[in-house]
Design a protein around this ligand. Structure first.
Ligand code: AOS
Ligand code: ZN
Ligand code: ZN
Length: 388
């Protein structure tokens, strides 16, 4: 009998993971950006590539956009294009990190004129959200300082709250703001939203439509990320995930590649806290594919999330709770690890086929010839972020 009970199948069938448009552009490090044949030349082609991921997995029904990287003449046209391809437009990501005016901050800047410009950018993003039908405005701020004494950290925190209040006030019904935290980079001494506690304090002061975004690559090595997941779910403030994996810093590698066990532990807490298939908790990827092909990189990523979700669903929670209550440390750990070590790949392949999907989406996509077609059709694709 398959390990996939009807309850597990039902949970898996509902799973939705949003893809980032920038994952389909060329990307790299400050040392080199390698070009990939067939890289999208505009947001329409990025959406077309993202739709391939959904076509072969049924796991990725929406695509996050980035403003201004994905600015187009008509968001109505982009929305129709997406819907024609079977996907929707998702989270809108703002950008206050590519403009000379923001050298010393944007929403936290000492100069009211710079803050005005940064707030107006977010208000423009909300206008885009109305056209795209997006629910979430995701704010990641590249703000902070490099040297002790350089900046008034307290004043910046106060100005951040004031700026966020103005943006929050513009949100429409059903729209949300998610504030992402990151403990370093591009600033290296202090960051204005370095941790979940700061993000929580800032969004809690705004109201119910403001939530925390947890990027799995934005913590110090050794951080117990699943504890943070548990706490934010407990507080009702986990708005979204940016999934990726890392060996060292904010590596933005394929989720589940560096530490599958960590992904399992995170997903276990998501399930434990009622966050799986909960519309309040958006699953997104935030990744770049520097040396691997981008569409298969994204297919691999959503499959990794699906696989670890399945394993986490296999944890016998009643037995685990009993072992925990009785203080049976080793039995509790065995139950947890048994689920983690279960190879669910054959069962998932079978289940996919039963739903009319390819048993092996990676193979099916490779066999489709899509990459060769776009390599022939598209010339002059753009770098993620800095292009069209
Ligand atoms: C930056 O480190 C953050 O992870 C952002 O979420 C994101 O990568 C960037 O805003 C791209 O839009
Ligand atoms: Zn992120
Ligand atoms: Zn990041």
């Amino acid at each position: 009998m398959s390990v996939l009970t009807p309850e597990i199948q039902s949970a898996l069938a509902q799973q939705a993971i949003e893809l980032p448009s920038w994952a389909f552009g060329n990307s790299g490090t400050r040392f080199k950006v390698f070009g990939t044949p067939g890289t999208p030349r505009d947001p329409f082609e990025k959406i077309a590539d993202a739709a391939q991921v959904h076509k072969y997995t049924a796991l990725a029904p929406s695509v996050a956009l980035h403003i201004p990287w994905d600015l187009v003449d008509s968001f109505d046209d982009l929305r129709t294009h997406a819907e024609d391809l079977g996907v929707t437009l998702g989270t809108i990501n703002s950008n206050t990190f590519q403009d000379d005016d923001y050298k010393f901050g944007a929403l936290t800047h000492e100069d009211a004129a710079v803050r005005r410009k940064a707030i107006d950018h977010h208000l423009a993003c909300i206008d885009v959200m109305h056209a795209t039908g997006s629910r979430d405005l995701k704010i990641w701020l590249a703000e902070g300082s490099n040297y002790p004494g350089q900046a008034d950290m307290r004043g910046r925190q106060d100005r951040l709250q004031e700026s966020l209040q103005e943006i929050y006030a513009r949100l429409g019904d059903g729209q949300r703001l998610v504030l992402e935290y990151k403990f370093f980079e591009p600033a290296f001494y202090h960051t204005d939203v370095p941790d979940w506690g700061t993000s929580y304090a800032q969004v809690a002061a705004l109201g119910d439509k403001a939530m925390v975004c947890l990027d799995t690559g934005h913590h110090a090595p050794g951080t117990n990320i699943e504890f943070i997941v548990m706490q934010l779910l407990r507080l009702g403030k986990l708005g979204s995930f940016d999934f990726n994996s890392r060996f060292y810093a904010d590596d933005d590698l394929i989720v589940g590649a560096a530490d599958p066990f960590q992904l399992f532990r995170i997903l276990f807490e998501v399930i434990r806290g009622g966050g799986l298939n909960n519309p309040d908790v958006a699953f997104m990827l935030d990744q770049c594919h520097n040396v691997e092909d981008k569409v298969p990189g994204q297919i691999r990523s959503v499959l990794n999330v699906q696989e670890m979700t399945t394993r986490a669903l296999l944890v016998d929670r009643d037995a685990l709770a009993a072992a925990q209550r009785s203080g049976d440390v080793l039995e509790a750990n065995r139950i947890f690890m048994d689920a983690f070590y279960t190879d669910v790949r054959p069962a998932l392949a079978e289940w996919r086929e039963s739903r009319g999907l390819p048993a092996d989406p990676m193979r099916a996509f490779a066999d489709s010839g899509y990459l060769a077609r776009i390599a022939a059709d598209r010339v002059g694709g753009v770098q993620a972020g800095w292009g069209a």
